[in-house]
Design a protein around this ligand. Structure first.
Ligand SMILES: [Zn+2]
Length: 100
């Protein structure tokens, strides 16, 4: 009789421990699998526009190469400025070559 009770308790403990582990595993998996699915589970995550620094829900934001933007307009401006920076750097390099 006592043995049966102990077995029942052990089974119950194992069951709840397994359940908890499973939930932890699911959360961990959602975190790893990307913000889209996790966002659906937890509601909207907030991200910041790389151009105007405004915060907005991930669902309304645009993503480009790891950066977030509030609109395609800001995305284009940001990318254009980055390109210009690259161009300027290249031109400076060329200038230096000429100076030598
Ligand atoms: Zn913006």
């Amino acid at each position: 009789m006592n043995l049966l009770l102990i077995r029942l308790i052990i089974f119950a403990v194992l069951f709840f421990a397994g359940l908890k582990l499973y939930r932890m595993y699911r959360e961990w998996k959602l975190d790893r699998e990307g913000p889209q699915q996790a966002g659906d589970a937890e509601g909207n995550r907030m991200v910041r526009c790389s151009w105007c620094q405004v915060h907005l829900p991930e669902d309304d934001a645009l993503r480009e190469r790891g950066d977030w933007f509030c609109s395609s307009d800001h995305r284009d401006k940001y990318l254009a400025e980055r390109k210009d920076e690259k161009k300027d750097a290249q031109q400076e390099e060329k200038k230096q070559e000429k100076d030598d």
